[in-house]
Design a protein around this ligand. Structure first.
Ligand SMILES: Nc1ncnc2c1ncn2[C@@H]1O[C@H](COP(=O)(O)OP(=O)(O)OP(=O)(O)O)[C@@H](O)[C@H]1O
Ligand SMILES: [Mg+2]
Length: 593
Protein backbone atom coordinates (compact mmCIF):
# COMPACT_ATOMS: atom_id res chain seq x y z
CA UNK A 1 0.00 0.00 0.00
CA UNK A 2 2.87 2.38 0.70
CA UNK A 3 3.66 2.61 -3.00
CA UNK A 4 0.16 3.83 -3.71
CA UNK A 5 0.61 6.73 -1.31
CA UNK A 6 2.48 8.46 -4.13
CA UNK A 7 -0.99 9.04 -5.59
CA UNK A 8 -2.23 11.01 -2.60
CA UNK A 9 -1.23 14.31 -4.09
CA UNK A 10 -3.54 13.62 -7.02
CA UNK A 11 -6.39 12.70 -4.71
CA UNK A 12 -5.77 15.94 -2.94
CA UNK A 13 -6.05 17.78 -6.23
CA UNK A 14 -9.48 16.22 -6.85
CA UNK A 15 -10.63 16.05 -3.23
CA UNK A 16 -14.02 17.66 -3.85
CA UNK A 17 -14.87 15.33 -6.72
CA UNK A 18 -13.83 12.44 -4.53
CA UNK A 19 -15.96 13.50 -1.54
CA UNK A 20 -19.00 14.16 -3.70
CA UNK A 21 -18.47 10.75 -5.26
CA UNK A 22 -18.48 9.08 -1.84
CA UNK A 23 -21.69 10.96 -1.00
CA UNK A 24 -23.31 9.61 -4.16
CA UNK A 25 -22.26 6.09 -3.23
CA UNK A 26 -23.93 6.46 0.15
CA UNK A 27 -27.11 7.91 -1.37
CA UNK A 28 -27.40 5.17 -3.96
CA UNK A 29 -27.05 2.67 -1.13
CA UNK A 30 -29.79 4.21 0.91
CA UNK A 31 -32.14 3.90 -2.02
CA UNK A 32 -31.19 0.31 -2.55
CA UNK A 33 -31.89 -0.84 1.03
CA UNK A 34 -35.32 0.74 1.13
CA UNK A 35 -37.13 -1.38 -1.47
CA UNK A 36 -36.69 -4.72 0.38
CA UNK A 37 -38.39 -3.21 3.40
CA UNK A 38 -41.26 -1.91 1.28
CA UNK A 39 -41.55 -5.34 -0.25
CA UNK A 40 -41.69 -6.97 3.18
CA UNK A 41 -44.59 -4.63 4.13
CA UNK A 42 -46.36 -5.41 0.90
CA UNK A 43 -45.90 -9.13 1.42
CA UNK A 44 -47.21 -9.06 4.95
CA UNK A 45 -50.05 -6.81 3.86
CA UNK A 46 -51.12 -9.28 1.21
CA UNK A 47 -50.89 -12.21 3.60
CA UNK A 48 -52.90 -10.57 6.38
CA UNK A 49 -55.43 -8.81 4.21
CA UNK A 50 -56.23 -11.81 2.02
CA UNK A 51 -57.71 -13.40 5.14
CA UNK A 52 -59.86 -10.34 5.85
CA UNK A 53 -60.86 -10.08 2.22
CA UNK A 54 -62.10 -13.61 2.23
CA UNK A 55 -63.92 -12.95 5.48
CA UNK A 56 -66.08 -10.33 3.75
CA UNK A 57 -66.95 -12.69 0.97
CA UNK A 58 -70.53 -12.10 -0.21
CA UNK A 59 -70.74 -8.63 1.41
CA UNK A 60 -70.80 -5.32 -0.48
CA UNK A 61 -67.91 -4.18 1.72
CA UNK A 62 -65.64 -6.65 0.00
CA UNK A 63 -65.58 -4.47 -3.11
CA UNK A 64 -64.50 -1.41 -1.10
CA UNK A 65 -61.94 -3.42 0.78
CA UNK A 66 -60.51 -4.60 -2.51
CA UNK A 67 -60.13 -1.11 -3.90
CA UNK A 68 -58.36 0.20 -0.75
CA UNK A 69 -56.15 -2.85 -0.66
CA UNK A 70 -55.15 -2.67 -4.31
CA UNK A 71 -54.47 1.05 -4.06
CA UNK A 72 -52.10 0.39 -1.14
CA UNK A 73 -50.29 -2.25 -3.14
CA UNK A 74 -50.02 0.05 -6.12
CA UNK A 75 -48.48 2.67 -3.84
CA UNK A 76 -45.84 0.18 -2.72
CA UNK A 77 -45.16 -0.75 -6.30
CA UNK A 78 -44.72 2.85 -7.37
CA UNK A 79 -42.48 3.69 -4.44
CA UNK A 80 -40.23 0.68 -5.15
CA UNK A 81 -39.99 1.82 -8.76
CA UNK A 82 -39.23 5.37 -7.69
CA UNK A 83 -36.49 4.25 -5.35
CA UNK A 84 -34.98 2.08 -8.05
CA UNK A 85 -34.93 5.08 -10.35
CA UNK A 86 -33.34 7.27 -7.68
CA UNK A 87 -30.79 4.59 -6.97
CA UNK A 88 -29.98 4.44 -10.67
CA UNK A 89 -29.60 8.21 -10.83
CA UNK A 90 -27.16 8.22 -7.93
CA UNK A 91 -25.23 5.27 -9.35
CA UNK A 92 -24.90 7.21 -12.57
CA UNK A 93 -23.65 10.25 -10.66
CA UNK A 94 -21.28 8.10 -8.61
CA UNK A 95 -19.64 6.77 -11.77
CA UNK A 96 -19.65 10.24 -13.27
CA UNK A 97 -17.62 11.55 -10.36
CA UNK A 98 -15.35 8.70 -9.24
CA UNK A 99 -14.58 7.14 -12.61
CA UNK A 100 -14.18 10.55 -14.19
CA UNK A 101 -11.79 11.47 -11.38
CA UNK A 102 -9.71 8.38 -12.15
CA UNK A 103 -9.48 9.44 -15.78
CA UNK A 104 -8.28 12.88 -14.78
CA UNK A 105 -5.64 11.43 -12.48
CA UNK A 106 -4.57 8.98 -15.17
CA UNK A 107 -4.07 11.93 -17.52
CA UNK A 108 -2.06 13.90 -14.95
CA UNK A 109 0.05 10.93 -13.96
CA UNK A 110 0.91 9.98 -17.52
CA UNK A 111 1.83 13.54 -18.41
CA UNK A 112 3.98 13.85 -15.30
CA UNK A 113 5.76 10.65 -16.25
CA UNK A 114 6.35 11.77 -19.80
CA UNK A 115 7.68 15.13 -18.64
CA UNK A 116 9.98 13.36 -16.21
CA UNK A 117 11.19 10.92 -18.87
CA UNK A 118 12.26 13.89 -20.99
CA UNK A 119 14.50 15.16 -18.19
CA UNK A 120 16.35 11.88 -17.70
CA UNK A 121 19.81 11.42 -19.14
CA UNK A 122 21.12 9.31 -22.00
CA UNK A 123 22.59 6.89 -19.44
CA UNK A 124 19.09 6.22 -18.09
CA UNK A 125 17.87 5.33 -21.58
CA UNK A 126 20.85 3.02 -22.02
CA UNK A 127 20.01 1.24 -18.76
CA UNK A 128 16.32 0.75 -19.48
CA UNK A 129 14.71 -0.82 -22.50
CA UNK A 130 12.32 1.27 -24.56
CA UNK A 131 9.60 -1.36 -24.20
CA UNK A 132 9.88 -1.08 -20.45
CA UNK A 133 9.57 2.71 -20.54
CA UNK A 134 6.51 2.40 -22.74
CA UNK A 135 4.78 -0.27 -20.72
CA UNK A 136 5.16 1.75 -17.54
CA UNK A 137 3.52 4.74 -19.17
CA UNK A 138 0.72 2.64 -20.64
CA UNK A 139 -0.12 -0.69 -18.96
CA UNK A 140 1.05 0.26 -15.49
CA UNK A 141 -0.81 3.53 -15.58
CA UNK A 142 -3.95 1.69 -16.65
CA UNK A 143 -3.65 -0.64 -13.65
CA UNK A 144 -3.21 2.29 -11.34
CA UNK A 145 -6.27 3.87 -12.89
CA UNK A 146 -8.23 0.71 -12.13
CA UNK A 147 -7.36 1.28 -8.51
CA UNK A 148 -8.23 4.97 -8.64
CA UNK A 149 -11.57 4.39 -10.28
CA UNK A 150 -13.35 1.04 -9.96
CA UNK A 151 -11.39 -0.25 -6.96
CA UNK A 152 -12.07 2.80 -4.85
CA UNK A 153 -15.65 3.10 -6.02
CA UNK A 154 -16.42 -0.54 -5.28
CA UNK A 155 -14.59 -0.44 -1.95
CA UNK A 156 -16.62 2.51 -0.76
CA UNK A 157 -19.73 0.86 -2.11
CA UNK A 158 -18.91 -2.45 -0.43
CA UNK A 159 -18.25 -0.86 2.92
CA UNK A 160 -21.43 1.20 2.85
CA UNK A 161 -23.61 -1.67 1.61
CA UNK A 162 -22.14 -4.22 4.01
CA UNK A 163 -22.60 -1.90 6.95
CA UNK A 164 -26.13 -0.75 6.20
CA UNK A 165 -27.48 -4.08 5.03
CA UNK A 166 -26.02 -6.19 7.84
CA UNK A 167 -27.18 -3.72 10.48
CA UNK A 168 -30.71 -3.80 9.12
CA UNK A 169 -30.60 -7.58 8.80
CA UNK A 170 -29.38 -8.06 12.36
CA UNK A 171 -32.06 -5.72 13.62
CA UNK A 172 -34.70 -7.74 11.85
CA UNK A 173 -33.49 -11.18 12.81
CA UNK A 174 -30.04 -12.06 14.14
CA UNK A 175 -30.11 -15.86 13.75
CA UNK A 176 -31.33 -15.81 10.21
CA UNK A 177 -28.70 -13.16 9.38
CA UNK A 178 -25.91 -15.30 10.78
CA UNK A 179 -26.93 -18.28 8.64
CA UNK A 180 -27.43 -16.22 5.53
CA UNK A 181 -24.05 -14.50 5.79
CA UNK A 182 -22.21 -17.77 6.36
CA UNK A 183 -21.38 -18.63 2.72
CA UNK A 184 -20.42 -15.08 1.78
CA UNK A 185 -16.83 -15.00 3.13
CA UNK A 186 -16.16 -18.16 1.14
CA UNK A 187 -17.47 -16.39 -1.91
CA UNK A 188 -15.03 -13.56 -1.28
CA UNK A 189 -12.02 -15.83 -0.80
CA UNK A 190 -13.02 -17.94 -3.77
CA UNK A 191 -13.25 -14.94 -6.03
CA UNK A 192 -9.92 -13.64 -4.85
CA UNK A 193 -8.39 -17.01 -5.64
CA UNK A 194 -9.96 -17.32 -9.08
CA UNK A 195 -9.00 -13.77 -9.83
CA UNK A 196 -5.35 -14.46 -9.07
CA UNK A 197 -5.41 -17.37 -11.47
CA UNK A 198 -7.11 -15.29 -14.12
CA UNK A 199 -4.61 -12.55 -13.59
CA UNK A 200 -1.62 -14.88 -13.82
CA UNK A 201 -2.94 -16.37 -17.02
CA UNK A 202 -3.69 -12.94 -18.51
CA UNK A 203 -0.15 -11.86 -17.69
CA UNK A 204 1.20 -14.88 -19.54
CA UNK A 205 -1.04 -14.12 -22.47
CA UNK A 206 0.07 -10.51 -22.43
CA UNK A 207 3.73 -11.53 -22.44
CA UNK A 208 3.12 -13.99 -25.26
CA UNK A 209 1.29 -11.31 -27.20
CA UNK A 210 4.16 -8.85 -26.91
CA UNK A 211 6.53 -11.61 -28.00
CA UNK A 212 4.35 -12.17 -31.05
CA UNK A 213 4.23 -8.48 -31.85
CA UNK A 214 7.96 -8.06 -31.57
CA UNK A 215 8.52 -11.09 -33.80
CA UNK A 216 6.15 -9.60 -36.37
CA UNK A 217 7.72 -6.18 -36.05
CA UNK A 218 11.22 -7.48 -36.53
CA UNK A 219 10.12 -9.60 -39.47
CA UNK A 220 8.49 -6.66 -41.18
CA UNK A 221 11.45 -4.36 -40.73
CA UNK A 222 13.89 -7.06 -41.79
CA UNK A 223 11.72 -8.34 -44.63
CA UNK A 224 14.30 -7.49 -47.30
CA UNK A 225 16.92 -9.57 -45.54
CA UNK A 226 14.49 -12.44 -44.98
CA UNK A 227 13.64 -12.57 -48.66
CA UNK A 228 17.26 -12.24 -49.73
CA UNK A 229 18.23 -15.19 -47.53
CA UNK A 230 15.07 -17.16 -48.44
CA UNK A 231 14.01 -17.55 -44.81
CA UNK A 232 10.25 -17.03 -45.30
CA UNK A 233 9.32 -20.63 -44.51
CA UNK A 234 11.41 -20.82 -41.38
CA UNK A 235 9.92 -17.55 -40.28
CA UNK A 236 6.35 -18.67 -40.81
CA UNK A 237 7.08 -21.85 -38.87
CA UNK A 238 8.57 -19.91 -36.01
CA UNK A 239 5.62 -17.54 -35.91
CA UNK A 240 3.25 -20.48 -36.04
CA UNK A 241 4.82 -22.04 -32.96
CA UNK A 242 4.59 -18.88 -30.92
CA UNK A 243 1.07 -18.27 -32.15
CA UNK A 244 0.09 -21.77 -31.03
CA UNK A 245 1.49 -21.08 -27.59
CA UNK A 246 -0.69 -17.99 -27.47
CA UNK A 247 -3.75 -20.02 -28.40
CA UNK A 248 -3.13 -22.58 -25.65
CA UNK A 249 -2.74 -19.91 -23.05
CA UNK A 250 -5.91 -18.15 -24.16
CA UNK A 251 -7.89 -21.37 -24.02
CA UNK A 252 -6.67 -22.04 -20.49
CA UNK A 253 -7.81 -18.60 -19.48
CA UNK A 254 -11.21 -19.08 -21.07
CA UNK A 255 -11.62 -22.28 -19.04
CA UNK A 256 -10.94 -20.51 -15.75
CA UNK A 257 -13.18 -17.63 -16.70
CA UNK A 258 -15.97 -20.03 -17.60
CA UNK A 259 -15.83 -21.40 -14.06
CA UNK A 260 -16.20 -18.01 -12.56
CA UNK A 261 -19.85 -17.04 -13.03
CA UNK A 262 -21.42 -20.47 -12.32
CA UNK A 263 -19.46 -20.90 -9.08
CA UNK A 264 -20.46 -17.46 -7.98
CA UNK A 265 -24.10 -18.17 -8.69
CA UNK A 266 -23.80 -21.47 -6.82
CA UNK A 267 -22.61 -19.76 -3.67
CA UNK A 268 -25.30 -17.09 -3.93
CA UNK A 269 -27.87 -19.80 -4.53
CA UNK A 270 -26.72 -21.56 -1.38
CA UNK A 271 -27.33 -18.41 0.61
CA UNK A 272 -30.81 -18.10 -0.86
CA UNK A 273 -31.61 -21.73 -0.10
CA UNK A 274 -30.39 -21.25 3.45
CA UNK A 275 -32.56 -18.15 3.82
CA UNK A 276 -35.68 -19.95 2.69
CA UNK A 277 -34.95 -23.10 4.68
CA UNK A 278 -33.99 -21.47 8.01
CA UNK A 279 -36.46 -18.62 7.45
CA UNK A 280 -39.26 -21.08 6.67
CA UNK A 281 -38.66 -22.90 9.94
CA UNK A 282 -38.79 -19.60 11.78
CA UNK A 283 -42.02 -18.64 10.08
CA UNK A 284 -43.51 -21.91 11.30
CA UNK A 285 -42.23 -21.10 14.81
CA UNK A 286 -43.80 -17.68 14.41
CA UNK A 287 -40.57 -15.65 15.01
CA UNK A 288 -40.67 -13.97 11.60
CA UNK A 289 -43.18 -13.36 8.86
CA UNK A 290 -43.05 -14.64 5.30
CA UNK A 291 -42.45 -11.02 4.27
CA UNK A 292 -39.13 -11.22 6.11
CA UNK A 293 -38.07 -14.10 3.91
CA UNK A 294 -38.74 -12.09 0.78
CA UNK A 295 -36.86 -9.18 2.31
CA UNK A 296 -33.86 -11.37 3.20
CA UNK A 297 -33.66 -12.95 -0.22
CA UNK A 298 -33.36 -9.46 -1.64
CA UNK A 299 -30.68 -8.54 0.91
CA UNK A 300 -28.66 -11.60 0.04
CA UNK A 301 -28.75 -10.64 -3.59
CA UNK A 302 -27.77 -7.12 -2.68
CA UNK A 303 -24.77 -8.38 -0.73
CA UNK A 304 -23.52 -10.72 -3.42
CA UNK A 305 -21.89 -8.19 -5.64
CA UNK A 306 -20.17 -6.16 -2.88
CA UNK A 307 -18.82 -9.32 -1.26
CA UNK A 308 -17.71 -10.67 -4.61
CA UNK A 309 -16.08 -7.37 -5.44
CA UNK A 310 -14.11 -7.58 -2.19
CA UNK A 311 -12.02 -10.37 -3.64
CA UNK A 312 -11.85 -8.68 -6.99
CA UNK A 313 -10.90 -5.30 -5.53
CA UNK A 314 -8.16 -6.82 -3.34
CA UNK A 315 -6.55 -8.35 -6.40
CA UNK A 316 -6.92 -5.08 -8.27
CA UNK A 317 -5.29 -3.06 -5.49
CA UNK A 318 -2.39 -5.50 -5.27
CA UNK A 319 -1.79 -5.17 -8.98
CA UNK A 320 -2.02 -1.39 -8.81
CA UNK A 321 0.48 -1.30 -5.96
CA UNK A 322 2.94 -3.40 -7.97
CA UNK A 323 2.48 -1.11 -10.95
CA UNK A 324 2.82 2.05 -8.92
CA UNK A 325 6.04 0.65 -7.47
CA UNK A 326 7.41 0.33 -10.99
CA UNK A 327 6.21 3.82 -11.88
CA UNK A 328 7.71 5.31 -8.72
CA UNK A 329 11.06 3.68 -9.49
CA UNK A 330 11.28 5.87 -12.59
CA UNK A 331 9.60 8.96 -11.18
CA UNK A 332 12.02 8.93 -8.25
CA UNK A 333 15.06 8.65 -10.52
CA UNK A 334 16.65 12.08 -10.37
CA UNK A 335 18.00 13.46 -13.66
CA UNK A 336 21.79 13.00 -13.37
CA UNK A 337 22.68 15.76 -15.79
CA UNK A 338 21.65 19.02 -14.19
CA UNK A 339 22.93 22.53 -14.13
CA UNK A 340 22.70 24.89 -11.19
CA UNK A 341 22.68 27.87 -13.50
CA UNK A 342 19.62 29.26 -15.21
CA UNK A 343 21.45 32.23 -16.63
CA UNK A 344 21.75 31.69 -20.37
CA UNK A 345 24.95 33.20 -21.72
CA UNK A 346 26.01 33.77 -25.30
CA UNK A 347 29.00 31.56 -26.00
CA UNK A 348 31.96 32.72 -28.06
CA UNK A 349 33.47 29.35 -28.74
CA UNK A 350 36.75 29.04 -26.82
CA UNK A 351 36.95 25.40 -25.93
CA UNK A 352 39.30 23.49 -23.69
CA UNK A 353 39.54 19.85 -22.62
CA UNK A 354 41.77 19.53 -19.58
CA UNK A 355 42.95 16.03 -18.61
CA UNK A 356 39.52 14.59 -19.32
CA UNK A 357 38.99 11.00 -18.23
CA UNK A 358 35.70 9.24 -18.75
CA UNK A 359 34.32 5.78 -18.10
CA UNK A 360 30.88 4.75 -19.41
CA UNK A 361 28.82 4.17 -16.27
CA UNK A 362 26.89 1.13 -17.49
CA UNK A 363 29.66 -0.83 -19.22
CA UNK A 364 32.67 0.41 -17.23
CA UNK A 365 34.50 0.92 -20.52
CA UNK A 366 37.16 3.55 -20.05
CA UNK A 367 36.64 5.51 -23.24
CA UNK A 368 38.88 8.53 -22.64
CA UNK A 369 42.11 8.87 -20.69
CA UNK A 370 43.56 12.26 -19.80
CA UNK A 371 42.56 13.95 -23.04
CA UNK A 372 43.63 17.57 -23.32
CA UNK A 373 43.36 20.11 -26.13
CA UNK A 374 42.49 23.75 -26.62
CA UNK A 375 40.56 25.43 -29.40
CA UNK A 376 40.23 29.18 -29.68
CA UNK A 377 37.17 30.84 -31.15
CA UNK A 378 37.03 30.16 -34.88
CA UNK A 379 39.56 27.34 -34.85
CA UNK A 380 38.85 24.02 -36.46
CA UNK A 381 40.00 20.64 -35.33
CA UNK A 382 39.77 17.19 -36.88
CA UNK A 383 39.69 14.08 -34.75
CA UNK A 384 40.87 10.91 -36.39
CA UNK A 385 41.48 7.48 -34.98
CA UNK A 386 40.58 3.85 -35.22
CA UNK A 387 37.06 2.66 -34.56
CA UNK A 388 36.31 2.53 -30.84
CA UNK A 389 39.12 4.94 -30.00
CA UNK A 390 36.78 7.39 -28.25
CA UNK A 391 36.05 10.00 -30.91
CA UNK A 392 32.27 10.05 -30.50
CA UNK A 393 32.73 10.06 -26.75
CA UNK A 394 34.38 13.48 -26.98
CA UNK A 395 31.29 14.81 -28.75
CA UNK A 396 28.89 13.17 -26.29
CA UNK A 397 30.75 14.76 -23.38
CA UNK A 398 30.74 18.18 -24.95
CA UNK A 399 26.95 18.28 -25.26
CA UNK A 400 26.75 16.77 -21.76
CA UNK A 401 24.97 13.58 -22.67
CA UNK A 402 27.32 12.26 -20.00
CA UNK A 403 29.29 14.03 -17.32
CA UNK A 404 33.01 13.41 -17.01
CA UNK A 405 34.72 11.65 -14.11
CA UNK A 406 37.98 13.55 -13.93
CA UNK A 407 39.41 16.69 -15.46
CA UNK A 408 37.54 19.66 -16.85
CA UNK A 409 35.80 20.78 -19.98
CA UNK A 410 35.83 24.54 -20.28
CA UNK A 411 33.87 26.75 -22.63
CA UNK A 412 34.90 30.41 -22.62
CA UNK A 413 36.89 29.60 -19.47
CA UNK A 414 33.81 28.28 -17.65
CA UNK A 415 33.26 24.70 -16.58
CA UNK A 416 30.47 23.39 -18.81
CA UNK A 417 28.78 21.83 -15.78
CA UNK A 418 28.30 25.36 -14.49
CA UNK A 419 26.74 26.61 -17.71
CA UNK A 420 23.03 26.60 -18.29
CA UNK A 421 22.34 23.20 -19.83
CA UNK A 422 19.73 24.30 -22.36
CA UNK A 423 21.83 27.26 -23.48
CA UNK A 424 24.89 25.05 -23.85
CA UNK A 425 23.09 22.54 -26.05
CA UNK A 426 21.34 25.28 -28.00
CA UNK A 427 24.66 26.78 -29.01
CA UNK A 428 26.31 23.60 -30.18
CA UNK A 429 25.37 22.30 -33.58
CA UNK A 430 25.79 18.58 -33.06
CA UNK A 431 25.46 16.07 -35.86
CA UNK A 432 25.58 12.66 -34.17
CA UNK A 433 27.12 9.67 -35.85
CA UNK A 434 23.89 7.68 -36.02
CA UNK A 435 21.56 9.75 -38.13
CA UNK A 436 17.99 10.06 -36.95
CA UNK A 437 15.20 11.74 -38.88
CA UNK A 438 11.72 12.15 -37.49
CA UNK A 439 8.80 10.83 -39.45
CA UNK A 440 7.92 14.33 -40.56
CA UNK A 441 8.50 16.72 -43.46
CA UNK A 442 12.02 17.65 -44.49
CA UNK A 443 11.19 21.22 -43.56
CA UNK A 444 10.36 20.29 -39.99
CA UNK A 445 13.32 17.96 -39.74
CA UNK A 446 15.73 20.72 -40.70
CA UNK A 447 14.04 23.38 -38.56
CA UNK A 448 13.88 20.98 -35.61
CA UNK A 449 16.26 22.84 -33.29
CA UNK A 450 15.25 26.31 -34.47
CA UNK A 451 11.50 26.38 -35.16
CA UNK A 452 11.60 30.12 -35.70
CA UNK A 453 13.69 30.01 -38.90
CA UNK A 454 12.05 30.84 -42.19
CA UNK A 455 11.89 29.19 -45.59
CA UNK A 456 15.00 30.94 -46.92
CA UNK A 457 17.19 29.93 -44.00
CA UNK A 458 16.07 26.32 -44.30
CA UNK A 459 16.87 26.34 -48.00
CA UNK A 460 20.22 27.98 -47.36
CA UNK A 461 21.08 25.30 -44.81
CA UNK A 462 20.10 22.64 -47.30
CA UNK A 463 22.36 24.28 -49.88
CA UNK A 464 25.24 24.47 -47.39
CA UNK A 465 24.81 20.78 -46.65
CA UNK A 466 24.69 20.08 -50.43
CA UNK A 467 21.33 18.35 -50.15
CA UNK A 468 19.22 21.07 -51.80
CA UNK A 469 19.38 19.49 -55.25
CA UNK A 470 18.31 16.14 -53.84
CA UNK A 471 15.36 17.66 -52.00
CA UNK A 472 13.89 19.60 -54.90
CA UNK A 473 13.74 16.40 -56.90
CA UNK A 474 11.47 14.80 -54.31
CA UNK A 475 7.69 14.74 -55.03
CA UNK A 476 6.77 17.43 -52.50
CA UNK A 477 10.19 19.06 -52.26
CA UNK A 478 10.67 20.43 -48.75
CA UNK A 479 7.23 19.24 -47.67
CA UNK A 480 8.06 15.60 -48.45
CA UNK A 481 7.48 13.37 -45.48
CA UNK A 482 10.47 11.16 -44.71
CA UNK A 483 10.97 8.24 -42.38
CA UNK A 484 8.67 5.40 -41.56
CA UNK A 485 5.54 6.76 -43.20
CA UNK A 486 7.23 8.58 -46.04
CA UNK A 487 9.94 8.60 -48.62
CA UNK A 488 13.07 6.62 -47.85
CA UNK A 489 16.15 8.76 -48.25
CA UNK A 490 19.52 7.25 -49.04
CA UNK A 491 22.10 7.02 -46.26
CA UNK A 492 24.05 9.96 -47.62
CA UNK A 493 20.92 12.08 -48.08
CA UNK A 494 19.90 11.43 -44.49
CA UNK A 495 23.34 12.44 -43.28
CA UNK A 496 23.16 15.68 -45.19
CA UNK A 497 19.64 16.53 -43.97
CA UNK A 498 20.85 16.03 -40.43
CA UNK A 499 23.85 18.22 -41.22
CA UNK A 500 21.47 20.92 -42.47
CA UNK A 501 19.57 20.61 -39.19
CA UNK A 502 22.72 21.57 -37.31
CA UNK A 503 23.73 24.32 -39.71
CA UNK A 504 20.39 26.13 -39.67
CA UNK A 505 20.83 26.85 -35.95
CA UNK A 506 23.82 29.08 -36.79
CA UNK A 507 25.65 27.89 -33.68
CA UNK A 508 29.01 29.29 -32.56
CA UNK A 509 30.29 25.74 -32.10
CA UNK A 510 29.84 22.91 -34.56
CA UNK A 511 30.37 19.26 -33.81
CA UNK A 512 30.24 16.90 -36.76
CA UNK A 513 30.58 13.22 -35.97
CA UNK A 514 31.51 11.30 -39.06
CA UNK A 515 28.65 12.98 -40.87
CA UNK A 516 30.00 12.52 -44.37
CA UNK A 517 30.87 8.84 -44.22
CA UNK A 518 28.08 7.85 -46.60
CA UNK A 519 28.77 10.62 -49.09
CA UNK A 520 30.84 10.13 -52.24
CA UNK A 521 34.11 11.96 -52.66
CA UNK A 522 32.77 14.56 -55.10
CA UNK A 523 29.79 15.53 -52.93
CA UNK A 524 32.07 15.56 -49.94
CA UNK A 525 34.32 18.01 -51.71
CA UNK A 526 31.32 20.24 -52.49
CA UNK A 527 30.08 20.18 -48.91
CA UNK A 528 33.49 20.94 -47.49
CA UNK A 529 33.92 23.91 -49.79
CA UNK A 530 30.58 25.32 -48.64
CA UNK A 531 31.42 24.50 -45.08
CA UNK A 532 34.71 26.35 -45.01
CA UNK A 533 32.92 29.64 -45.65
CA UNK A 534 30.16 28.73 -43.21
CA UNK A 535 32.70 27.78 -40.57
CA UNK A 536 34.79 30.93 -41.03
CA UNK A 537 34.40 32.31 -37.52
CA UNK A 538 32.88 29.29 -35.81
CA UNK A 539 34.67 26.78 -33.68
CA UNK A 540 34.36 23.33 -35.16
CA UNK A 541 35.28 19.76 -34.36
CA UNK A 542 35.08 17.36 -37.26
CA UNK A 543 35.31 13.68 -36.44
CA UNK A 544 36.25 11.64 -39.44
CA UNK A 545 37.67 8.48 -40.83
CA UNK A 546 38.91 10.12 -43.97
CA UNK A 547 41.49 12.83 -43.98
CA UNK A 548 40.20 15.99 -45.61
CA UNK A 549 42.66 18.35 -47.12
CA UNK A 550 40.08 20.84 -48.33
CA UNK A 551 39.45 22.24 -44.87
CA UNK A 552 42.49 23.83 -43.41
CA UNK A 553 42.38 22.38 -39.92
CA UNK A 554 44.21 24.30 -37.26
CA UNK A 555 44.71 21.10 -35.36
CA UNK A 556 44.43 17.40 -35.92
CA UNK A 557 43.99 15.11 -32.96
CA UNK A 558 44.81 11.45 -33.31
CA UNK A 559 43.13 9.23 -30.73
CA UNK A 560 44.38 5.78 -29.89
CA UNK A 561 42.47 3.72 -27.31
CA UNK A 562 41.11 6.79 -25.59
CA UNK A 563 44.42 8.59 -25.44
CA UNK A 564 45.82 11.45 -27.48
CA UNK A 565 48.47 9.76 -29.60
CA UNK A 566 49.40 12.69 -31.81
CA UNK A 567 48.35 16.30 -32.15
CA UNK A 568 49.39 19.05 -34.56
CA UNK A 569 48.77 20.50 -38.00
CA UNK A 570 48.66 18.39 -41.12
CA UNK A 571 52.27 19.24 -42.00
CA UNK A 572 53.55 18.69 -38.49
CA UNK A 573 51.94 15.29 -38.25
CA UNK A 574 53.22 14.25 -41.65
CA UNK A 575 56.68 15.25 -40.51
CA UNK A 576 56.30 13.13 -37.35
CA UNK A 577 55.83 10.15 -39.62
CA UNK A 578 53.52 8.37 -37.10
CA UNK A 579 49.97 7.07 -37.17
CA UNK A 580 48.58 10.05 -39.07
CA UNK A 581 51.24 10.00 -41.70
CA UNK A 582 50.65 6.31 -42.15
CA UNK A 583 46.90 6.82 -42.50
CA UNK A 584 47.38 9.64 -44.97
CA UNK A 585 49.79 7.57 -46.99
CA UNK A 586 47.30 4.67 -47.24
CA UNK A 587 44.43 6.92 -48.21
CA UNK A 588 46.54 8.70 -50.76
CA UNK A 589 47.43 5.38 -52.35
CA UNK A 590 43.76 4.39 -52.50
CA UNK A 591 42.65 7.60 -54.18
CA UNK A 592 45.44 7.59 -56.72
CA UNK A 593 45.22 3.88 -57.40
N1 LIG B 1 26.82 4.56 -24.79
C1 LIG B 1 27.86 3.78 -24.49
N2 LIG B 1 27.83 3.01 -23.40
C2 LIG B 1 28.88 2.24 -23.10
N3 LIG B 1 30.00 2.16 -23.78
C3 LIG B 1 30.11 2.90 -24.91
C4 LIG B 1 29.04 3.74 -25.31
N4 LIG B 1 29.41 4.37 -26.43
C5 LIG B 1 30.64 3.94 -26.72
N5 LIG B 1 31.08 3.05 -25.81
C6 LIG B 1 32.40 2.41 -25.78
O1 LIG B 1 33.37 3.42 -25.64
C7 LIG B 1 34.48 3.19 -26.51
C8 LIG B 1 34.68 4.40 -27.42
O2 LIG B 1 33.58 4.51 -28.28
P1 LIG B 1 33.35 5.70 -29.30
O3 LIG B 1 31.94 5.61 -29.78
O4 LIG B 1 33.75 6.98 -28.68
O5 LIG B 1 34.35 5.32 -30.45
P2 LIG B 1 34.58 6.01 -31.86
O6 LIG B 1 35.99 6.43 -31.88
O7 LIG B 1 33.56 7.05 -32.08
O8 LIG B 1 34.38 4.81 -32.87
P3 LIG B 1 33.79 4.85 -34.37
O9 LIG B 1 34.87 5.35 -35.23
O10 LIG B 1 33.49 3.42 -34.66
O11 LIG B 1 32.59 5.71 -34.34
C9 LIG B 1 34.18 1.91 -27.25
O12 LIG B 1 34.90 0.87 -26.65
C10 LIG B 1 32.69 1.70 -27.07
O13 LIG B 1 32.41 0.33 -26.96
MG1 LIG C 1 32.00 7.17 -33.26
Amino acid sequence: MKHLSALNKYFYRYKFTFLIGVLFVALSNIFSIMPPQAIRYAFDLVKDDIAYYQLFSGFALQERFYSIFSRALLLFGVSVLLMAILRGVFMFLMRQTLIVMSRHIEFDLRNDMYAHYQKLSTAFYKRNRTGDLMSRATEDVIRVRMYLGPAIMYSVNTIVTLLTVTIIMFQTNATLTAYVLLPLPFLSIFIYYINSIIHRRSEEIQAQMSKLTSIAQETFSGIRLIKAYVQEKANVHFFDQESDEYRHKSIALARTQALFAPSMLLLVGMSTVLTIYIGGKQVIDGTITSGNIAEFVLYVNMLTWPVASLGWVTAMIQRAAASQKRINAFLDTPPDIVSPNNQAVQLKGNLQFDQVTFTYPDTQIKALKKVSFTLRKGEKMAIVGRTGSGKSTIAELLVRNYDIDEGKILLDQQDIQQLNLAALRQQIGYVPQDVFLFSDTINNNIAFGAPEVGETQIQQAAKDAAVYKDIIQLPDRFSTVVGERGVTLSGGQKQRVSLARALVKQPPILLLDDCLSAVDAITEQAILEHLSTYLADRTAIVITHRIFTSINFDKILVLEQGEVAEMGTHEELLAQNGIYANLYEKQHQETTA
